[in-house]
Design a protein around this ligand. Structure first.
Ligand SMILES: [Mn+2]
Length: 325
């Protein structure tokens, strides 16, 4: 199936006519996915569309301030009546697999993908802008290009989206435009300190336990340039950790002096599937490494799912793929 690449104007033509609208975003949702979805929803509601945001996974506790007061649950089971003939839009979701259970339910009904991932498998006509550091930047541009007023809640949601995907404006994806969009949002009254504190200043006990575990499991290879922390299902259980607690472990690995490529591997369930997160501190294409396992992402931040019999084998497979790149 060939899908069309749309311009901002064409995307707006599909977005603006009032119609019940479901906005889908990826599993293990982050601030960019949630912020982009709810900002787009608030904007389209102001234009006369009734909107509902959906994800195969619930919003994690630490990000629940984003959808608080807007929508209680994002699980498909919470979808109210009235969306039978809805328009389906996805944000921040590069491939069908990232939609998780939503793909079987609604995948063939998506009429527009709004995304910023360089590598992925389009499943609908799309507005993909790889230069955007966050999907929130694209939603920002769509709103701006529409010439229509956006409700105030959009500003904080988009700021959180952009701040989230740039690590608080620290990552290599940040451009002058990223700052200009953020500056315009700040000018409109976004509380930078509050959002930054909620996104980066606070860690729950489970997250801190996860970071300690991740550090304990860290192995360095190739004279310390490659750091891999591999966490088994038993490790997670013993430390009472859910997968959502492990997302910052890769930042612990990449903060180790000398590490150029940081990897976290975690066993998803008590089975052969291992989720891999990869970050490059130097110019190295981790998306290409992840593509070897059917994954993808950005040049310096990517992910994949690897099949292996145990966590040691998963670590060997990933290390091998890095060393052969
Ligand atoms: Mn994103």
């Amino acid at each position: 199936m060939e899908y069309r690449k749309l311009t901002v104007q064409e995307a707006l033509e599909r977005l603006l006519p009032p119609q019940p609208t479901c906005i889908l975003f990826h599993t293990h949702p982050d601030a960019d996915a949630i912020g982009s979805a709810f900002a787009l929803a608030a904007f389209l509601e102001a234009q006369g569309s009734c909107c509902y945001c959906l994800c195969a996974d619930e919003v994690p506790e630490r990000l629940s301030f984003l959808n608080e007061g807007l929508q209680q649950s994002v699980l498909p089971s919470s979808l109210p009546d009235g969306f039978e003939n809805a328009r389906f839009i996805s944000v921040d979701t590069a491939s069908p697999s990232q939609l998780g259970a939503l793909y079987a339910l609604y995948g063939d009904r998506v009429s527009l993908m709004i995304d910023h991932h360089e590598t992925g498998t389009p499943y609908a006509d799309h507005l993909i802008v790889p230069d955007a550091a966050a999907c929130g930047e694209i939603v920002y541009d769509l709103i701006a290009a529409s010439g229509k007023e956006a409700p105030g809640v959009c500003d904080s949601l988009l700021y959180a989206a952009i701040s989230g995907d740039t690590g608080g404006f620290r990552f290599s994806n940040v451009t002058k435009e990223t700052h200009l969009r953020a500056a315009a949002l700040v000018e409109r009254g976004v509380d930078v300190a509050e959002i930054s504190h909620k996104l980066f200043g606070v860690k729950s006990f489970p997250v801190l336990r996860a970071e300690r575990l991740g550090f304990d499991k860290l192995h360095l290879y190739d004279k310390g340039k490659v750091g891999i922390s591999a966490i088994s299902f038993e490790d997670k259980q013993f430390n009472k950790l859910q997968d959502e607690h492990l997302s910052s472990v890769v930042d612990v690995v990449r903060s180790v002096e000398g590490v150029e490529i940081a990897v976290v591997i975690r066993q998803i369930e008590k089975e052969r599937a291992f989720r891999v997160s990869m970050r490059a501190n130097v110019d190295f294409d981790v998306a290409a490494v992840c593509a070897k396992f059917g994954g993808g992402g950005h040049r310096r931040a990517a992910g994949a799912t690897v099949e292996a019999k145990d966590v040691e084998e998963a670590e060997r497979l990933v290390l091998d793929a890095i060393q052969k790149s």
